[in-house]
Design a protein around this ligand. Structure first.
Ligand code: FPP
Length: 248
């Protein structure tokens, strides 16, 4: 059952034309901290509060899928201490947020090569997935050790295996088969891609899936993001004329 949107949500935009899937590149934690004379990790910590507000809002608003870029395959190249702090924050998040998931009927999900994450994180991911698997509201997906290119590489390996063992012929490969071999095989493509902190890049995020996504970029740094910014993005999204390459 989908939750009933809160009154302030109903006043702000048309609930009948909401995006089904919102993907977010959460950027600017480091700059936020630097502006305040703090170490980068404080920016990441503050960013968790933004995650909580945005996730709760999306669940209340009746969004079906929210996919957050939490850790990219390239992020391993950051200073060791920053990587270990990010893993620690993730661990804390997975312990602390379970009640929020239960309260808001949120199903927890991940994309990315999670087998390479620390064991503790992997265990918590499994536990959160199990505990929320029968929830029917928002599907919250964290992209962890994720990149679009690594996802496509995995998909190609898997399709090549199916061909080599005779399950599939090369000429039978379709766009649908490729989609079905991605981490996102069980979700619709994002309708709206949000990037914070003003950068005009897609940074190896959901490369196949964002083909027809509307892009909304805000200069606001991720730790300053709250639900009102998402409402702004939704209002803008609803003004767009989505043609999918056709003529209306
Ligand atoms: C980018 O900021 C942010 C990330 C590395 C990913 C987002 C991580 C969080 C919001 C915190 C931890 C997440 C969870 C799920 C507990 P940046 O460091 O690239 O900022 P900069 O571009 O200003 O340096």
């Amino acid at each position: 059952m989908m939750s009933t949107p809160a009154p302030e949500i109903l006043e702000n935009y048309n609930i009948h034309t909401l995006p089904r899937h919102i993907a977010i590149i959460m950027d600017g934690n480091g700059r936020w901290a630097k502006q305040k004379g703090l170490k980068r990790v404080f920016g990441h910590r503050a960013g968790v509060d933004s995650i909580r507000d945005v996730v709760t809002f999306c669940a209340e608003a009746g969004i079906q899928y929210l996919t957050l870029y939490a850790f990219s395959t390239e992020n391993w190249a950051r200073p060791k201490l920053e990587v270990s702090m990010l893993m620690k924050l993730l661990q804390e998040y997975l312990v602390k947020e379970l009640p929020t998931f239960a309260k808001n009927n949120i199903q927890f999900n991940t994309i990315g090569i999670t087998e390479q994450l620390p064991d503790k994180v992997q265990k918590l991911i499994r536990y959160n997935k199990e505990q929320t698997q029968s929830n029917t509201g928002l599907t919250l997906t964290l992209a962890l050790n994720y990149s679009g290119r690594s996802e496509l590489t995995e998909a190609m390996r898997s399709i090549a295996k199916q061909i080599s063992n005779g399950q599939l012929k090369p000429e039978e490969i379709t766009e649908e088969i490729i989609s079905n071999n991605l981490f996102t095989h069980d979700m619709p493509d994002p309708d709206l891609l949000i990037r914070t902190s003003g950068e005009m890049r897609v940074s190896n995020y959901l490369l196949w899936q964002i083909s027809y996504a509307e892009i909304w970029i805000t200069p606001v740094l991720w730790p300053d993001i709250r639900r009102q910014h998402i409402i702004e993005a939704l209002q803008d999204f609803q003004k767009r004329d989505r043609r999918f390459g056709k003529v209306n």
